[in-house]
Design a protein around this ligand. Structure first.
Ligand code: F6R
Length: 251
């Protein structure tokens, strides 16, 4: 595991974008798993800048996404589908047919989970890169704390803490979906490289627990400790507990 220190959110976004951009340059037909939420917005802005400067192209890439709310999400401005369109896809040359996000509005949601799992299984040797954020309770994707690690794409009841965490994106608390569909732990752990990004004080305790505590499904992100190639890019605030307890672990 490499932990890369950044002074602030801007530096985290730039360094994370540099890592993803190098991958795209080296392997233009990369398959990359994207995340939504507040943390990757700056990273996506940086990728757009690099695309506009002609440094990278997404034309040969394929993309997957970690998760989506369940329900009439296409009408929901705050759906993860719309998040990806607005924050990245509409600004770059990725081909829409090469992007895949679980369809939370599918009539047969179980069949949709199976379709997504199969689509992920068809990628030879797994995703080239999976970008991850971390929830305040240690969730990755929407794999919430549980007694076991859910392996494949599945429906999840969001915890109260996670629902709270979605507040910044909704004008009305009651409109926050309470269920979601998420990629399971197997596809995440099968990715050749993982990039975990974290910013802000609110992430410092859980980041330390996840990366240095016991590996347990009660903190889903703790499984990342045993991934073959995990890079953590985080800012000073998010790293504060690690700086205090494991200063030698930081690059
Ligand atoms: C989003 C996702 C979530 C978020 C996590 C952190 O696709 O899978 O695991 O990465 O909830 O969210 P932010 O970045 O908003 O703190």
């Amino acid at each position: 595991m490499n932990i890369i220190f950044c002074e602030d959110y801007e530096e985290m976004s730039r360094k994370a974008a540099a890592i993803i951009a190098s991958k795209i340059i080296l392997k233009p037909d990369s398959v990359i798993g994207f995340a939504t939420g507040a943390t990757p917005i700056g990273l996506y802005k940086e990728l757009i800048k690099r695309y506009e400067k002609g440094e990278i192209s997404f034309a040969d890439m394929r993309t997957f996404n970690l998760d989506e709310y369940l329900g009439e999400i296409k009408d929901l401005e705050t759906s993860f589908y719309n998040f990806m369109q607005n924050n990245l896809f509409l600004h770059i040359d990725v081909k829409p047919e090469n992007t895949d996000i679980p369809d939370g509005s599918a009539a047969d949601i179980q069949a949709e989970c199976e379709r997504y799992t199969e689509a992920l299984d068809l990628i030879p040797e797994g995703l080239d890169f999976q970008i991850l954020g971390i929830g305040a309770n240690g969730h990755i994707g929407f794999n919430e704390p549980d007694d076991y690690f859910p392996l494949d794409t599945h429906i999840v009841e969001l915890t109260e803490e996670t629902i709270e965490g979605q507040k910044p994106f909704f004008d009305d608390y009651n409109k926050i979906p309470k269920r979601a569909v998420t990629m399971g732990i197997r596809a995440i752990m099968n990715a050749k490289q993982l990039l975990l990004i974290a910013s802000g004080d609110g992430k410092s305790k859980i980041l330390e627990k996840a990366l240095f505590g016991p590996v347990t499904p009660n903190i889903p992100a703790s499984i990342l400790q045993i991934h073959r190639c995990l890079t953590v890019v985080a800012d000073r605030a998010a790293l504060s507990q690690i700086i205090e307890k494991h200063p030698d672990a930081i690059l």
